[in-house]
Structures are given as structure tokens and as C-alpha cells.
Design a protein around this ligand. Structure first.
Ligand code: NAD
Length: 273
């Protein structure tokens, strides 16, 4: 079902957080197609995670996969997930910090709990997972037989790390935070050959935003924001993640790759400025 690509990640192990659905599962499948072993992390959807694990294990892929539960906003659960991953696969080479959610309200109606939940999962969760990955990379040292870099971290950001988003201030603040978390970690850890970048998706068809594309009227409205005139698919992000985790992108460090069909070109200004 999933054709093997170029084995660019053979012998490496990746943790993809929140990979029981959407972008995370497409990223996990894309990394597996390149030969990586996969930890499919989930917080609630065990059945979804097992489906991805089965798809990887039952196919003719170099990598194998296991599912591990952890709420990325909980320090003890994140540490336990890394411990079990390392016990099972020996080490970790790649972390994709993908887990995230939205809790949308006008500012005046947003409870502290709704603010805090989004910051805890989308931002603190990325810090907690990155910290454990970095600890493992530094402890283990280089593995030149599998990669030029000692370890790689990809943070799933959003176009809303730069585009303000009224009605979603908790989400936009979390992704703006992810940008500076990513850049500051990259500045701090580049000399250790730990390569850290972000992917910023635009509008991708997943469960997080179904209402924005699941009727023709909604899709037409959404397309006004996308110069390339199509809504993205999760596989668009998987393909970029596989390349960004590989040595082909070895000199890319501390930057955000926008995968958005041109959403960050501010198409509302066309002919109008
Ligand atoms: P999704 O809802 O399918 O995926 C999010 C995943 O995160 C789910 O599997 C969910 O179970 C998991 N998750 C939520 N809370 C968690 C927690 N506490 N611990 C562990 N996992 C948890 O939606 P998606 O669109 O695939 O989103 C994936 C990432 O992409 C998110 O960070 C999101 O912000 C980002 N993103 C998505 C889009 C888009 O258009 N779909 C655009 C920009 C950014």
C-alpha cells in the first residue's frame, strides 16, 4: 500500500506525537516509507494509533512501529514514553512535535482553562518532548552510520506563527511561542549537531478543521485564502517532514518551512493595496 521511497531514514527511530490521526499519521507513514522505526504516540485514540502501527508493520517497509500512550502536556508521561521508546528501539534519532489542538473562543469568552489547555499541549508539550529528545541525543552522541546530525527535531507549527488569528488567540499565541522555542533551541544546540526546524502548514484537510472544508461553500471560502487554489492534504506535510528529517536537508537549521499553498502571501491584498 505504501510504496517505499529512498530509504533516507534507514536505521533511525522517530517519535511522532499525536500520530493517531491527521498530519501526524501522514508524517509517521512518510518516515516509515523512508525506512525509519516509528513510535506512534496517542493521548486518547488507541484504536487510531494501532491502525497506523498495523499499516506500517504489515507493509514491506524497513521500519517497524509501536504505539505508546502519553499526554504530551504531562512531564511524567512524556518521560515514560521516551524511556519505553529507548528501551524498545535502542535510541531516538528524530522527534516530530506534532500533537496539538484548538479551543476557539472570543477573547472575552475564553476561560483560563481553555487558554491554559492550548498552551500546555501546543507549546509546553513541544518543550517537554524536545527536552527529552535533546537529553537522549546528548547522552548518546553522534551516530554517523545513520545520519550526519546527532539528532533532528521538527516542530509542527502553523501559518499562525506569523498570521494573527482573531477568535483563536490561545492557538496563535501557542504557535508564535513554538517559533521562538524552535529558533532558540536551534541557536543553543546547533554546535552539538542537533538540527531543529519547524513546518508551518496552511489549511490541511484533517479532523482539526473539518468545518472549514467539508462543504463546497466552506471550501470555496477557504480557497480565497490560498493562492495555489487547493486545500492541502496531510501527505503534503508528510513528504516535507521526511525530507526535513533526512540528510538531504542537512544545512537547514533553525527555520520554518511554510507548506501552505501561498497562504502567507496575504492574498487578500492582491489588486487591493
Ligand atoms: P488532528 O486533530 O488530526 O491531530 C492532532 C493530534 O494531536 C491528534 O491525534 C490528537 O489526538 C493529538 N493530541 C491532542 N492533544 C494531545 C495530547 N495532550 N497529547 C498527545 N497527543 C495529543 O489535527 P491535525 O491537523 O493533524 O494537527 C496536527 C498538528 O498540525 C497540530 O499541531 C496542528 O496545530 C498543526 N496544524 C494543522 C493545520 C491544519 O490545517 N490541519 C494547520 C496548521 C497547523
Amino acid at each position: 500500500m505504501y510504496q517505499k521511497f529512498n530509504n533516507r531514514l534507514a536505521g533511525q527511530t522517530a517519535i511522532v506525537t499525536g500520530s493517531s490521526s491527521g498530519i501526524g499519521s501522514a508524517v509517521a507513514l512518510a518516515l516509515a516509507k523512508e525506512g525509519a522505526n516509528l513510535v506512534i504516540n496517542y493521548s486518547r485514540d488507541e484504536a487510531g494509533a494501532n491502525k497506523i502501527v498495523d499499516a506500517i508493520n504489515s507493509d514491506d517497509l524497513a521500519g517497524t512501529a509501536i504505539a505508546l500512550h502519553a499526554d504530551v502536556s504531562k512531564e511524567d508521561q512524556v518521560q515514560e514514553m521516551f524511556k519505553k521508546s529507548i528501551e524498545h528501539f535502542g535510541t531516538i534519532d528524530i522527534l516530530v512535535n506534532n500533537a496539538g489542538l484548538q479551543r476557539d473562543f472570543a477573547v472575552q469568552d475564553m476561560s483560563l482553562a481553555d487558554w491554559q489547555m492550548v498552551i500546555d499541549i501546543n507549546l509546553t508539550g513541544q518543550f517537554l518532548c524536545a527536552r527529552e529528545a535533546i537529553r537522549e541525543f546528548l547522552k548518546r552522541g553522534p551516530r554517523p552510520e545513520v545520519s550526519v546530525a546527532t539528532g533532528k527535531i521538527i516542530c509542527m507549527s502553523s501559518v499562525h506563527e506569523v498570521i494573527p488569528w482573531g477568535g483563536h488567540v490561545n492557538y496563535a499565541a501557542s504557535k508564535g511561542g513554538v517559533m521562538m522555542l524552535m529558533k532558540s533551541m536551534a541557536q543553543e544546540l546547533g554546535s552539538k549537531k542537533i538540527r531543529i526546524n519547524s513546518i508551518a502548514p496552511g489549511a490541511i484537510k484533517t479532523p482539526i478543521n473539518t468545518h472549514a472544508w467539508d462543504t463546497p461553500a466552506a471550501e470555496t471560502e477557504l480557497l480565497k485564502l490560498i493562492p495555489y487554489n487547493r486545500v492541502g492534504e496531510a501527505t503534503d506535510i508528510g513528504a516535507v517532514a521526511a525530507w526535513l528529517a533526512s540528510d538531504e536537508s542537512d544545512y537547514i537549521h533553525g527555520t520554518t518551512i511554510f507548506v501552505d499553498g501561498g497562504m502567507t502571501l496575504y492574498p487578500g491584498f492582491y489588486g487591493n493595496g
